[in-house]
Ligand binder design. Structure first.
Ligand code: MG
Length: 389
């Protein structure tokens, strides 16, 4: 059993969308296929995945560095001990040959796309959904109850716009979401506070509205927002400052009694160690949002979870960034605290397949094999393009 070919397709995110820091319409994502020599009904079994949302496609790193290393490795070194599956760990390790530690740059998401495609391939070889396959591989009970999901968005609307933030959140509520996240930091503090008040009118329970500053605030702004936000029953205050400024985060955390969320821009277990040691976060309260698709894949993510647990964080406090099918399967398999959804945006990758059930704020993966990306209509053409022989 071997991998015969690895393909990469750079896909643009659709639509105009930006937060306080970046314009997502300029973003691309690497869609990757691992083609195996195992055939079923005349077709090779192909593992498919992508490197999450919010960064860029990595065709250069994947084609110049990672693919030659993996295809050049001895076949048996990429297999599990019983030789019945591929080893995502060994594939990621091989992809990283001759790379120095630290300074992840863009290789962490390039490796992630391939490592996650290996999980998809294994689940397809086993003929089961990725969540069931991951749970079984890690000796965890088969999850059945779905996973909590919150609708993220909460955009800025021009003053004369007919649609308001409240309309947007009520629309999410109609879709079946009962927990939300909105942007802050794109307007002066006083108008952001009015937006929070407006958004709270869409919530039915306390602690179901989060706010996200996207890492943009200075010390002064972050602390001002922290003091002002404290009056509201918020689910969390996300990325108040630069994601790598642990000393400032610790200062902000000392002045803010509610939950703080961060981690989507950390890419390794060592990063997680530094965050939990020096960022002032409080075990049993704050939220960790590392995203496997940006951080070398599920293998490294499991190490990150271990580090978090040793620092006093429970799996329920881990809610990965990136509202898409791959993270839905991972969150479900590992019994984490939940996942996000950006209804209708970040296409073709964002959101879930129509076969995934959304009920009372919980989302259930479908029973498609692998991550079920083939069930997502927006991805269909790209997957066809990538996998046609
Ligand atoms: Mg965020």
């Amino acid at each position: 059993m071997r991998i015969t070919e690895i393909r990469q397709l750079s896909v643009n995110l659709r639509g105009k969308l930006r937060n306080a820091v970046v314009d997502f319409s300029q973003h691309t994502v690497s869609l990757v296929a691992l083609v195996s020599d195992v055939y079923r009904r005349g077709q090779p079994i192909i593992g498919i995945a992508f490197n999450s949302i919010g960064r860029f496609a990595q065709p250069g790193i994947i084609q110049d560095r990672l693919i030659p290393r993996i295809l050049g490795a001895k076949t048996e070194t990429l297999l599990s001990d019983d030789h019945r599956r591929f080893s995502p760990q060994a594939i990621a390790r091989t992809a990283m040959l001759n790379e120095k530690p630290g300074g992840h740059g863009d290789r962490s998401s390039a490796v992630a796309a391939i490592e996650l495609a290996a999980w998809d391939l294994n689940a397809k070889l086993a003929g089961e959904p990725a969540y069931a396959h991951i749970a079984r591989t890690l000796n965890k009970p088969l999850p059945t109850g779905g996973t909590p999901v919150y609708a993220a968005g909460g955009y800025y609307y021009p003053a004369k716009s007919k649609t308001t933030l409240l309309d947007e959140l009520l629309n999410y509520r109609d879709l079946g979401y009962n927990s939300f996240k909105i942007k802050i930091g794109g307007a002066p503090l006083h108008s952001d506070l009015q937006r929070v008040e407006m958004a709270l009118r869409a919530t039915q329970h306390p602690n179901t509205l989060a706010v996200d500053a996207n890492g943009r605030f200075t010390r002064e702004q972050a602390n001002q927002y922290g003091s002002a936000l404290q009056q509201f029953p918020l689910k969390w205050y996300e990325e108040p400052c630069d994601p790598l400024d642990y000393a400032l985060l610790a200062e902000i955390t000392r002045g803010y009694t509610g939950p703080i969320a961060t981690g989507e821009n950390l890419f390794s277990a060592i990063d997680t160690h530094n965050l939990t040691q020096f960022g002032g976060l409080r075990g049993q309260q704050d939220i960790l949002q590392m995203d496997p698709g940006l951080a070398y894949g599920l293998t490294e993510y499991l190490q990150m979870l271990k580090v978090a647990e040793q620092a006093g964080f429970s799996p329920s406090q881990c809610i990965p960034h990136g509202g898409h099918l791959i993270n839905l399967h991972i969150v479900t398999a590992l019994g984490l605290g939940g996942c996000e959804a950006y209804p209708g945006v970040f296409q073709p990758f964002g959101g879930y397949a129509p076969q995934c059930r959304l009920e009372d704020g919980r989302i259930f993966p479908s029973d498609a094999v692998g991550f079920g990306l083939e069930q997502k209509p927006e991805l269909k053409d790209f997957i066809n393009q990538l996998t046609e022989v």
